[in-house]
Every structure is written in C-alpha cells, then in structure tokens.
Design a protein around this ligand. Structure first.
Ligand SMILES: Nc1ncnc2c1ncn2[C@@H]1O[C@H](COP(=O)(O)OP(=O)(O)OP(=O)(O)O)[C@@H](O)[C@H]1O
Ligand code: SF4
Ligand SMILES: [Mg+2]
Length: 332
C-alpha cells in the first residue's frame, strides 16, 4: 500500500474573476521508503500540492480529491485537530520560504527546543536541559551549522536565508517523520552544503525508511536522488514514471524541453551558448489556452491539441499528450 496516495487532487480559490483552479486533477503516489521528485516551472502548482497534503492552506482555498490518503487514512475526512496531530507526528515539511516559516519573535534555539519530541528524552528532569542542548547541537551539526551558540541565540532576521533553511531542516528531522516534504530545500543554501543536506536526506531514507517528496527546479538533484518523478505544467501532471526511464526517454514534449534545458557538462558547449528552452511563458491561470495547456508553446502542437489530452500509459510512463515522443519501432 502506498504511504501517500493522491488521486485527482484539485485546488481552487475564489477571485474577482470567479473560481480559479490552480491545481487540476493531480495524481501522486509515494511508497514507504521511496524518494519522489516533483518538478515543473515556477507557478506550476508544486507548493500548493505540498501545502494541500499538509492541510495548511487557508479557508480561501478549496481542496478536493477522489483520494487523499496517508497510510490508508483519508486526510480530507479528519478534523483540523486530528490532521495537526498526524502532521506533527508523521509528516514534516521543509518550506520554500524558510524565514517566513520561522517565528520572528523567538530565538532559533528556543524554537529548536520546542520542536524536539518530548517522548525522546529519557533522562531525569534535572538533566533534560543539558540533554536538549546537546541534541540541538547534534542536529545543527548534521545540517552543516558549526557556530551553534551564535545561531541558537539569534532571531531569524539576524540569520541568512541559507542558515534559516538549515535550521528548518534540523527541526523537521528532529522528530523523525515517516514522510518528509522538502520544497526547494537547498535553493538558498551554498553549493558546498547542498551535498551534505542531500546526504542527510539519503541517510534518513536508507536508515529510517523515510519517504521523501522532493520539490525542486534542480533536475540534476532529481536525477541523482529520486527513484520516481512527476512533472507538472500549469497545475496539471503531464508525465510521471521512474526517473531513470524518463531521463532516458521522456514522452511528453514539456518533459523533453525541461531535460534539454539542463546543462550537460560532458558535451562541448560553445562560449556563451544558450541552453535550449521553450519559447513563451507559463500562461496565467485566468487565461488558460483551450485544450492542451502547453499548446501555444509546444513545438509538436497540431490541430488535435485543442482537445484536452487524456492521461495514458505506455512502457511504465504516464503522460498526457496527443503526439508523444514515442519511438514506434521500440517494442512496447
Ligand atoms: N496565495 C495565492 N494567491 C493567489 N494565487 C496563488 C497563491 N499562491 C499560489 N498562487 C498561484 O497558484 C499557482 C501555483 O503556485 P505554486 O506556488 O504552487 O507554484 P510552484 O510550482 O510552487 O512555483 P515555484 O517553483 O515558483 O515555487 C501560481 O499560478 C500562483 O500564482
Ligand atoms: S497535446 Fe499537443 S500541444 Fe500538448 S504537449 Fe502534446 S503535442 Fe504538444
Ligand atoms: Mg513553490
């Protein structure tokens, strides 16, 4: 049974122009111990999906799904209190905006103290403070923070975005979740420390069987660290499957364009040569094209693309395109 099982998740909000669907019938499934990558251009709805799983979208948003189950439990049928309890115990999220996710009025040390699970502390009452301080130092060390004392005494606004991000990662790993949602976990972290964070995630995944939903723009990280991948465009899933298969042979023109936009250092690149990108930009949610949402930007678009393409399956990939990049000579 998948740990997280999402079928036809839609997320809408009311605007002066009427109700707008920002995420449209997205499917995701993560098995215990699996690392799944969620990719797509800015504004494709990745963070909204993550926030809907966590149940932290405010009342302005309308979340519906045929299935939104965590470990067999229907998340949409839980009360807000039950949902918070489950999230606090089982699912943790590293937010994309680390500074705004920390309490600006509290020191980082105190926030870390608060995030430590109470049942983990087995020492006597008088030794608890010392135990907690040591545990926090250990966590900060794991995420690559060496000057523990200064960081613990600081307020979030006194620290860089990168350090705040590391603090958030330390908080999330403190209570050993079963599912970790990491939304752009290393974008604001210096390159050298990014590898350390990914090694930490890999360790959590391998030693504690933590499942990870990795949301990122960095396709190199996706290729190196994930087993499966879901590609989103403009609020919809366009392709999903095993990472190694999709990187070898994407079927959807959008996935192909994303992969072609990756720099390949094994090939000779001309001086100041441009990387391949799709022309145009993601349409606004208020002015979506009819039929396939990629239509106006797609190099393979044809007349049939004014009809919405349905999700289909071939050779283990799911994709929604009328004219996929399938080599017909290969066996199915
Ligand atoms: N609070 C909000 N009010 C109105 N629209 C919103 C709000 N938050 C997100 N959206 C819209 O929902 C869509 C999806 O946003 P989301 O933040 O999930 O994208 P994303 O894929 O995470 O992008 P990025 O890669 O830049 O983080 C975007 O079109 C965005 O403009
Ligand atoms: S359905 Fe048409 S427009 Fe959409 S991705 Fe496929 S070829 Fe391009
Ligand atoms: Mg985002």
């Amino acid at each position: 049974m998948p740990l997280l099982d999402i079928r036809n998740l839609s997320i809408e909000f009311d605007s002066p122009h009427g109700r707008i669907r920002a995420v449209d019938r997205v499917n995701l499934s993560i098995n215990p111990g699996e690392i799944l990558g969620l990719v797509g251009e800015s504004g494709s709805g990745k963070s909204l999906v993550a926030k809907a799983i966590m149940g932290i979208l405010n009342d302005r948003w309308h979340v519906s799904a045929d299935r939104l189950r965590y470990n067999g439990v229907d998340l949409l049928s839980l009360s807000a209190k039950e949902r918070r309890k489950l999230m606090g115990r089982e699912i943790a999220m590293v937010f994309q905006e680390p500074k705004s996710s920390l309490d600006p009025n509290d020191t980082v040390g105190h926030q870390l103290h608060e995030s430590l699970p109470t049942d983990e502390c087995k020492v006597s009452f008088f030794q608890q403070k010392k135990w907690r301080n040591e545990r926090i130092r250990g966590l900060l060390h794991q995420v690559g923070i060496r000057d523990h004392e200064r960081v613990m005494k600081s307020y979030p606004h006194e620290l860089s975005e990168g350090v705040c991000q590391k603090v958030m990662i330390a908080m999330t790993i403190a209570y050993k979740p079963r599912l970790l949602i990491a939304d752009e976990p290393t974008t604001v972290i210096e390159a050298g420390a990014q590898a350390q964070i990914f090694k930490l995630f890999r360790k959590l995944n391998q030693l504690n069987e933590v499942s990870i939903l990795l949301i990122t723009h960095d396709l190199e990280h996706v290729e190196s660290w994930t087993e499966s991948i879901t590609v989103m465009y403009c609020g919809q899933t366009v392709e999903s499957g095993l990472t190694k298969h999709i990187f070898k042979q994407p079927f959807h023109p959008y996935t192909m364009a994303l992969l072609q936009s990756m720099p390949h250092f094994d090939e000779m690149l001309g001086h100041k040569s441009q990387l391949t990108t799709l022309s145009g930009c993601v349409p606004s949610l208020q002015h979506l094209p009819i039929g396939c949402r990629l239509g106006p930007r797609c190099p393979r678009a044809q007349r049939k693309c004014v009809q919405v393409p349905q999700m289909q399956k071939s050779r283990g990939h799911y994709f929604s395109c009328h004219f996929p990049l399938i080599d017909d000579e290969e066996p199915s």
